[in-house]
Design a protein around this ligand. Structure first.
Ligand code: ADP
Ligand code: MG
Length: 260
């Protein structure tokens, strides 16, 4: 008798996610799982719900319905009638948030901290790790993303591309199980986009699990394993990146590609 091989637990599993702002529902029941080592690009027009979906993963937005599980652990949500949904257990959210580290379009570095201080802040103060170890590791991460010389500078003294690479190093310093990127190159001058994409390509190549909201079609097609196209809060097309770019099923996705 053939033994059943258990399905691996996804790094992130979203199921039936609905999100409303006021009376307007912007995600209409989205399900998406990222397995370890997968790089998933999330494409879609402005306003289609990409950021909202990504923010639901780490509870920056709390979905009105549906479940979010990080490495098999479901985030508990209090959905009592008559008030906005909120996580039931703040400590659980904090713990799971450091497993799903976010990189934002606008970098969001702390302006009053140096680059190295930015990087060790959460590992030391949230994760309670040894400061010396975190400094050593932080320096190695800055070396990796090519900005070791900037360790004692404040964010304002770095270019956008350097700031975004610092933000990626900061995310890596948490030892996340999954990295979330929300249009990480959209705020950059065109000549700085490449240096950030190169770091992201390297992360993909080393088998990191990543959810990437992006307008970089070449990255989606050539780097990500899977591509999801969101349209008005619904997944309109999804498949291996090679397939969806070569043979898109959805007419809307075809039009989107033609405009990109
Ligand atoms: P995308 O990232 O694909 O551009 P968003 O997830 O940011 O889309 O937004 C989806 C929809 O939700 C848009 O119509 C946007 O205006 C609306 N929206 C996003 N954030 C908020 C908010 N905090 N309050 C009210 N509406 C919002
Ligand atoms: Mg967005």
């Amino acid at each position: 008798m053939a033994e059943r091989i258990p399905e691996p637990v996804p790094a992130v599993a979203l199921s039936g996610i609905r999100k409303s702002y006021g009376s307007v529902e912007v995600l209409h029941g989205v399900s998406l799982a990222a397995h370890e080592g997968e790089v998933i690009s999330i494409l879609g027009s402005s306003g289609s719900g990409k950021s909202t979906l990504l923010r639901c993963v780490n509870m920056l937005e709390v979905p009105n319905d549906g479940t979010v599980a990080i490495q098999g652990e479901e985030i508990r949500i209090d959905r009592r009638a008559g008030r906005p949904p909120r996580p039931s257990d703040a400590a659980q959210v904090q713990r799971l948030r450091s497993r799903a580290a976010m990189v934002f379009q606008s970098f969001n570095l702390w302006s009053h901290l140096t680059i190295l201080e930015n990087i060790i802040e959460a590992p030391v103060h949230v994760q309670g790790r040894d400061r010396k170890d975190c400094i050593a590791e932080g320096e190695a991460l800055l070396e990796r993303v090519g900005i070791a010389a900037k360790r004692n500078f404040y964010p304002a003294h770095l270019s956008g591309g350097q700031q975004q690479r610092a933000a990626i190093a900061r995310a890596l310093a948490m030892h996340p199980a999954i990295m979330l990127f929300d249009e990480p190159t959209s705020a950059l001058d065109p000549e700085l986009v490449g240096e950030v994409l190169k770091v992201m390509r390297d992360l993909a190549a080393e088998g990191r699990t990543m959810l990437v909201v992006t307008h970089e079609m070449a990255f989606a097609r050539d780097v990500s394993t899977r591509t999801v196209f969101l349209h008005k809060g619904v997944i309109e097309e999804e498949g291996s990146s090679a397939d969806v770019f070569a043979r898109p099923h959805s007419e809307r996705f075809r039009q989107f590609l033609a405009r990109a």
